[in-house]
Design a protein. Structure first.
Length: 451
């Protein structure tokens, strides 16, 4: 098996240590020659990287090289795979994305609704630059992106790099949900085969099979409606916020029993309740700053101080394992099935060809070979078409620096709907994002001055 040169872009991410533990757990499936971290924030990356050095020394001694850099050429030259996990604006801007809509009585969420729009319009420019840099130094590398909001990033990358079939956008949410299905069934998550359709953070499981072809869908549905639904992946099993979110699956299944929903649908199906449950000063970004980020940084400090792992507990999570299994299937032509984002082109036959849909695909050396879904029925089609129009308008707004398109996008979004509210939120988001959207700000000020 050829050993791979892997680059992690966004090396300072709170997910990196989990990813490293997953690379160690998966070394038989995805053997590595080198790991390189790349980040624009030297200090943030250094802490994670110096702890990683100790972990790898103890647990991956056969790895030929580990390094970290802020130099693109050093990072990407000779890369076989680049995993991209960047966050433009950091958690500080995530907090703005959540709190601004909430101040107007609208869902405040990282990837859904107005927060997702703002995060998308920050991420697109950096993602395009990063992909161009990778392609400059590593024309053949696989780029696996999970930078959020993945739906909007995927649409922008589709427009920008249409002929590049070695870029794949992925989300771990379906896999994390499947970990809980596996728990219900007493099986291993990678032994389950899903049928699924939708957009990123906006989809449904229609069937769950095992590898022998047995259908477990009704067993899972019955178990959820009888006993509820809980997160089981190590990273989220004890997190009160994720426990609440998974509980909502039972509720969604009672209201809409046909298919098993992605957890993110709660924001679109019960927007008012989601707003009512929020604590204005303690939205998810604040919880992550005081929770996962603090935990990861303390863990790194401890490892660096000890230069050993004797005082820490390290866990493998589905996030890392999923990305790595995807990469392994592409690298070694395993032809395994994973839920990924691809251009529709008839997969869901009654949606536009140029939609970026999230569906199961067989992953081969030549890329994803998605399975046909066929036509979807009116309820799902209606929901998806509205969300898809919103996503496309956000990307239009980015390219055209258009206040009008952003206003249309927000008004279409199920979490907003009301045009005057959309305008108030948009104006506040623009103010908070002045440094990120200078051309949009300038154009808006020019046009409003004229009118
Ligand atoms: N698709 C999914 O299902 C999924 C799952 C988990 C995380 N994510 C995404 O992964 C990303 C990382 O999340 P996090 O909470 O760890 O964020 P984080 O802020 O802790 O980490 C992001 C890192 O990226 C770096 N960075 C920012 N801009 C960069 C650029 N242009 N080039 C290189 N590095 C850059 C930052 O300095 C930081 O170290 C986010 O986009 C998050 O939404 C996606
Ligand atoms: O609110 P956060 O920052 O804790 O999580 C936001 C992400 O949630 C989903 O992903 C993961 C989670 O990040 C990971 O730790 C895993 O173990 O469980 C979650 C559910 O799969 C979501 O898919 C991402 O897009 C979000 O960034
Ligand atoms: Mn996701």
């Amino acid at each position: 098996m050829k050993k791979q040169n892997l680059v992690v872009a966004g090396g300072g991410s709170t997910y990196t240590i989990g990813m490293i533990m997953s690379l160690i757990a998966e070394k038989e499936n995805f053997p590595l020659k080198s790991i390189t971290f790349y980040d624009t924030n030297e200090d943030r990356q250094q802490k994670v990287a110096e702890a990683t050095r100790v972990i790898l020394r103890e647990k991956y001694p056969e790895l030929e090289s580990f390094s970290y850099t802020t130099d693109k050429e050093k990072a990407f030259t000779d890369a076989d795979f680049v995993f991209v996990q960047i966050r433009t604006g950091g958690l500080a801007m995530r907090e703005q994305d959540e709190q601004i809509p909430l101040q107007h009585g609208v869902v405040g969420q990282e990837t859904c609704g107005p927060g997702g729009m703002a995060y998308g319009m920050r991420s697109i420019g950096d993602m395009i630059e990063l992909v161009k840099d990778v392609r400059h130094y590593a024309p053949e590398a696989w780029i696996l992106n999970y930078t959020n909001p993945a739906a909007i990033v995927a649409e922008a990358l589709r427009r920008e790099f249409n002929n590049d079939n070695k870029i794949l956008n992925i989300c771990d949410m379906p896999a994390a949900i499947m970990v809980s299905y596996a728990g219900i069934l007493g099986k291993e998550v990678f032994d389950l085969v899903p049928e699924y359709f939708g957009l990123n953070h906006f989809g449904w499981f229609t069937k769950i099979y095992d590898k022998e072809g047995n259908d477990h869908t009704d067993t899972i549905k019955n178990a959820i409606t009888k006993d509820g639904f809980m997160p089981e992946d190590a990273e989220i099993a004890n997190d009160p916020n994720w426990i609440k979110t998974f509980k909502q699956v039972e509720r969604m299944l009672n209201d809409f029993p046909e298919y098993l929903p992605n957890t993110y649908l709660q924001y679109y199906l019960y927007p008012q309740e989601m707003v009512d449950k929020e604590e204005a000063g303690n939205t998810r970004a604040r919880q992550v700053i005081n929770g996962r980020q603090k935990r990861v940084h303390e863990l790194c400090d401890q490892i660096i101080a000890d230069q050993s792992l004797e005082n820490v507990e390290l866990e493998v999570d589905i996030h890392g394992r999923y990305m790595i299994r995807v990469a392994a299937s592409l690298a070694y032509h395993n032809c395994d099935t994973f839920i990924v984002m691809v251009e529709n082109n008839g997969i869901i036959s009654n949606l536009p060809d140029d939609a970026m849909v999230e569906v199961p695909a067989m992953l081969t050396k030549q890329g994803p070979k998605p399975f046909s879904v066929g036509p979807i029925s009116t309820f799902y089609k209606g929901l998806i078409e509205g969300q898809l129009a919103y996503e496309k308008l956000v990307v239009d707004a980015f390219y055209e620096n258009s206040y009008e398109k952003a206003m249309q996008a927000l008004t279409l979004n199920r979490t907003v709907v009301d045009a005057p509210v959309a305008r108030q939120i948009l104006d506040d988001l623009i103010e908070a994002n002045r440094d990120y959207w200078p051309a949009l700000v300038a154009r808006k000020e020019r046009e409003f001055a004229i009118n």
